[in-house]
Design a protein around this ligand. Structure first.
Ligand SMILES: *Cc1c(COP(=O)(O)O)cnc(C)c1O
Length: 335
């Protein structure tokens, strides 16, 4: 494997399943749809951050760190999986969560609490703007803190998705061969950068179609620029320098809706469709929006009937419980 030389700490169960979406394909009248189940990575209800954390926390252990610090939204899947992984490795975990403590923790936040992490509320900030303060505090207390990047999207986090693509490549012969497209939610960029770099290094013809989830993604730098930088940095870490240009990137900004974490009709429909046709749970923030994008692309004729399109399920379903009041799915289907 391309990433064999990097330290990796086992945290999940791999390979995750790959299977067809037969009823959804039939309902839409093609193309052929498949799904990669990173909602089943096995760590604390799963998700794509498990892959990244296997590389990031191996680095933390190699550096002799004893406390992990990271940041995200109150319903961050990255923070939930980091808290679980830290518990598993016997490391202290500090989360900086955007907003204020709700009266009743739900979804990911409820699980964060079960994993025994320290929560620091940062009103108005959900991307680690105040990390340095917590790091200084821990250092003064004699700890060796390690900062896991926002969304696990560092060069190491991206390389986890180079490894993931190699994993997929071993599985696809059983599903009739390679895919023409891989569609996924893109938000802090590590998944996207890793898949793009992996496709380059493995010389795959597959189009990597990221559905942008967060209007503000990328911060000062454009989100596209951030993904291209990450892919370049990850390639360098592998000792295989590559240059990427905007033409290498497919980032679809058409499904941003009312902004990050705001559930609209498109997300509600996508979550309901996948639940009713396949018995699979999507999440309100990422995969619900990415599936809404995929449904819209199929309906607009973006694919040939012969295309083989993979939806990469990146997890997130624990957040469903925190969005219960917004997910009322309209009338119950009748016979
Ligand atoms: C973090 C996350 C993503 C986005 O992955 P990035 O690598 O941050 O772009 C997608 N789906 C879910 C459920 C996530 O938690």
């Amino acid at each position: 494997m391309l990433t064999d030389k990097l330290p990796r700490q086992s945290l999940g169960f791999f390979p995750t399943p790959l299977h067809p979406l037969a009823r959804l394909t039939e309902m839409l009248g093609g193309p052929q749809l498949f799904i990669k189940r990173d909602d089943q990575t096995g760590l604390a209800l799963g998700g794509n951050k498990t892959r990244k954390l296997e590389f990031i926390l191996a680095d933390a252990l190699a550096q002799g760190s004893d406390a992990i610090v990271t940041a995200g939204a109150a319903q961050s899947n990255h923070c939930r999986q980091t808290a679980a992984a830290a518990a598993r490795l016997g490391l202290e975990c500090h989360l900086l969560l955007g907003g204020r403590a709700p009266a009743q923790p739900q979804g990911n936040l409820l699980l964060d609490r079960l994993f025994g992490c320290h929560i620091h509320w940062t009103p108005g900030h959900r991307k680690g703007e105040d990390l340095a303060e917590v790091v200084r505090y821990l250092e003064r207390a004699g700890r060796k803190p390690y900062v896991a990047p926002y969304g696990g999207s560092s060069d190491l986090g991206a390389l986890a998705f180079v490894a993931a693509l190699e994993e997929l490549k071993c599985q696809w012969p059983d599903q009739g061969g390679p895919f023409t497209h891989i569609v996924f939610a893109s938000s802090s960029g590590g998944t996207h950068a890793g898949l793009m770099l992996g496709a380059r290094l493995l010389e795959l013809p597959t189009k990597m179609v990221g559905i942008n989830i967060d209007k503000g993604a990328g911060g000062e730098r454009s989100f596209a620029g951030h993904i291209l930088d990450l892919a370049g940095q990850a390639a360098e870490r592998l000792g295989s320098p590559q240059s990427f240009t905007p033409e290498d990137l497919i980032l679809d900004d058409d499904y941003l809706g009312e902004g990050y974490g705001v559930v609209g009709e498109a997300e509600r429909e996508a979550i309901g469709v996948l639940a009713r046709t396949e018995g699979i749970l999507l999440d309100p923030v990422y995969t619900g929006r990415a599936m809404a994008g995929l449904l819209a692309l199929v309906r607009s004729g973006a694919f040939e009937p012969s295309d083989r399109v993979l939806f990469w399920h990146t997890g997130g379903a624990p957040a469903l419980f925190a969005y219960g009041d917004q997910l009322a799915l309209g009338e119950t289907p009748t016979l």
